[in-house]
Design a protein around this ligand. Structure first.
Ligand code: HEC
Length: 699
């Protein structure tokens, strides 16, 4: 069978925020008498994982070195914790005062004893499971923020919740969205100067992006920055939008415009700037979104905001007039490095569009931008104008195109890391192409993807064009020379985020279910275990009672994955995809739990539904509109949601109760009775049966 790189997926949603302890630690240190308190704070910072990116600059580098290149081969499993859920596990564990806080799908929070793995408490924010239909890219969550004895989590249905760290008791629970719109939150909050920052997602469906700040103690809204202008007949919510509105045309606000801030944030306490990445447009195709052109600010941009007020200090747009789902919500990393002989405060980002950007984070000045993955949409970024130079092959207005990178980008949300010792940034790179086919008859539909793409056209392209090879990479990148120093190739594209440590180590998990450590300077693989559950989450490390631990969540999923990514290599195509936290330490010998092998067989006989070829074709169109985001392009996927080709005879009998009656909504399979009739569902079923027959004949 051919390897299908998939259409990619997009975005996800949501946003982020973050936590920033460094500022409060510094203030704490200044405020009290020098001595013990200062060193306690420093010790906690050194041995814990206090914030999403460990520190406010989000370098994801730990100074711990008990585990190092010389002894990492003795790493073994200390303990593991089963979340009891399938689907994508994307969280960064936060470790504070000996406790670890993780999130699982559906925004469920677990607090664990970080030394033993014992469960301290669980908080399920009880997201209505039908909300899963609004999540473009799985019901994932990228983690909590923990500050001053409170745990903050954003929920997939758009709430921001504060919990008591000691007990899990709810302190407050505020709604951050217009609940009539398909918003989601998947990103981790960050806490800066007493405010909890959170964004959201939903640009695939059609929403207007924004980032909000809430008082950390009371949950009151402090400010909100909209990333795109709204209906121009109404007053602008803040002055920056008046400027932004000049870069739009048509009636973009009807579909929201997009620009959702669903993941990255970083904070520089000295400059007092919070950096936020923004997403793609709604819909993707710019000729539909803003007929007549325009850059469409602030899509696909890096924003530098004042944390007290939300005022915009500078912005840099990575992909003006985005046309390919090239978000700039990817990890923003801050470091002070020597640039052309002078120390400079830098901001680095490897957004979806395939260019590695280095900016001066004080002014937003672009210093350099070079390709870190295969890129065919632009030849280069012009440093004089700061703008990419698009290629003719990037234009799919008239002709369907295969373009690199895909809508999932050369780099997606999976965090990078920066090792101050090697001076390198370690990037989890996705190397595969995307398919673009404009839908000239585009009509927005409620509660479904509104990309402006012709999915049938894309399916035809996949069947009929030369598909560029697909793989993943861990790439060690020199941000000053803008070139790769070493690259490790992975068979799958959707691999884990990255951790570096002072032990000259880089840790990363993979789509095919391995977890490994590499020498940070050379890329030599020094240790590896087979965990048989795919990993997308980033590892963390911490120390308790003199022992260093490395922890990572396994549980494959997220955008691109549920739509059928890495079909032939993913662990989730071989074993049950069950979420678990795995914690390793030197000399430990625990057995890694083995998931059950998947048993996939076609129903025999397949049901005869008496639908003709034209009906099957209509069923395909309905499947693409309503089912593909979870059940995969061409109805093929791994064990993150069911691969419907392998539905049993009983499932086929139950097809209408499942799809219209909502009998499986508690497991995330919502009813579609608001948009589909029983006859239409039977057409969808007939298409699925057809796909199962085609699969049988391939074997
Ligand atoms: C938002 C994600 C999502 C979308 C969109 C979605 N599904 Fe599902 N579907 C699921 C999940 C999750 C399950 C697994 C439920 C369970 O474990 O009981 C599922 C299960 C099913 C099952 C049972 C499969 C089995 O083998 O047990 C059928 C049939 C099904 N879906 C059909 C559809 C159809 C038809 C559509 C489009 C009209 C659709 N689904 C759209 C998430 C989704």
């Amino acid at each position: 069978m051919r390897r299908i790189p998939l259409l990619g997926s997009f975005l996800l949603g949501s946003f982020l925020l973050g936590s920033l302890l460094l500022g409060s630690l510094l203030l704490g240190a200044l405020a009290c008498t020098p001595g013990s308190q200062t060193s306690d704070a420093e010790e906690a910072e050194r041995t814990s994982w206090l914030a999403h990116g460990r520190t406010a600059d989000e370098q994801r580098h730990s100074p711990l070195a008990q585990i190092n290149a010389g002894n990492v081969s003795q790493l073994g499993l200390a303990w593991s914790f089963e979340t009891g859920q399938g689907r994508g596990h994307e969280a960064t564990p936060i470790v504070v005062d000996g406790a670890m806080y993780i999130t699982a799908p559906w925004s469920v929070v677990h607090a664990l004893d970080a030394k033993t793995g014992e469960l301290l408490w669980t908080h399920d924010p009880k997201v209505p499971r039908a909300w899963g239909r609004r999540a473009c890219c799985d019901v994932v969550n990228r983690g909590v923020a923990v500050v001053d004895g409170r745990v903050y989590v954003g929920t997939i249905d758009g709430r921001l919740v504060a919990l008591e760290a000691a007990t899990g008791k709810v302190i407050w629970d505020v709604n951050t969205i217009d609940r009539s719109k398909p918003y989601t939150i998947t990103g981790a909050p960050r806490v800066v100067k007493g405010k909890v920052l959170i964004g959201n997602g939903g640009a695939e469906y059609g929403v207007r992006g924004y980032i909000s700040a809430y008082d950390a103690v009371t949950g009151a809204l402090a400010w909100r920055f909209y990333t795109v202008p709204g209906d121009p007949s109404k007053p602008f919510e803040h002055p920056e939008l008046e400027q932004a509105a000049k870069t739009w045309n048509g009636s973009w606000w009807e579909l929201g415009g997009g620009g959702t801030a669903w993941d990255s944030m970083a904070y520089d306490p000295e400059l007092d700037l919070v950096y936020v990445g923004t997403g793609n447009g709604s819909p993707w195709a710019r000729t539909l979104r803003s007929p007549g052109g325009g850059d469409n600010l602030f899509l696909s941009s890096i924003l530098a905001l004042r944390p007290d007020t939300g005022e915009l200090v500078w912005y840099y747009q990575t992909t003006p007039a985005d046309n390919w789902d090239y978000t700039a919500v990817q990890h923003i990393l801050l470091a002070d490095l020597e640039w052309e002989g002078k120390p400079r405060k830098l901001l680095m980002q490897a957004p979806k569009n395939g260019f590695f950007y280095v900016l001066d984070r004080e002014t937003g000045e672009l210093l350099s931008a070079e390709k870190f993955s295969r890129v065919t949409w632009a030849t280069h970024v012009d440093l004089a104008t700061g703008r990419p130079v698009e290629t003719p092959e990037a234009n799919y207005d008239e002709v369907d195109r295969v373009i690199l990178p895909s809508p999932n980008g050369g780099h997606l949300w999976h965090p990078m890391s920066f090792h101050p010792g090697t001076g390198l940034v370690y990037i989890p790179v996705l190397e595969y192409a995307g398919f673009y086919s404009l839908d000239p008859d585009f009509q927005p539909i409620a509660e479904a993807w509104n990309l402006g793409m012709d999915i049938e056209g894309i399916s035809e392209q996949i069947a009929n064009s030369e598909i560029p090879a697909a793989w993943g990479e861990l790439k060690a990148w020199d941000p000053i020379r803008q070139e790769a120093v070493w690259t490790v190739k992975h068979p799958g594209t959707f691999n884990g985020g990255v951790l570096t440590t002072a032990g000259n180590l880089v840790f990363q998990g993979t789509s095919d279910g391995r977890f490994a450590a590499y020498a940070a300077d050379s890329g030599e693989r020094l240790w590896e275990v087979l965990v048989r559950v795919g990993i997308v989450a980033p590892p963390v490390t911490y120390e308790i009672d003199g022992v260093q631990y490395v922890s990572v969540l396994a549980g494959w999923g997220g955008g691109g994955v549920i739509e059928g990514g890495d079909l032939e290599v993913a662990a989730a195509g071989k074993w049950e995809n069950r979420g678990r936290l795995l914690t390793f330490a030197l000399g430990e010998k625990g057995t890694i739990p083995v998931p059950k092998p998947l048993e996939r067989k076609l129903a025999d006989p397949l049901p005869e539904l008496g639908v003709d070829a034209a009906g099957i074709k209509r069923g395909e169109g309905l499947f693409n509109a309503y089912c593909l985001p979870c059940h995969g392009i061409l109805a093929m996927t791994t064990d993150v949601v069911p691969d419907l080709r392998f539905a049993s005879a009983e499932t086929h009998q139950q097809f209408l109760p499942i799809v219209l009656g909502g009998v499986r909504v508690h497991n995330g399979m919502a009813s579609f009775s608001d948009v589909l009739s029983a006859d239409e569902v039977t057409l969808v079923q007939a298409y699925i049966v057809e796909r199962a027959r085609a699969t049988a004949s391939e074997d």
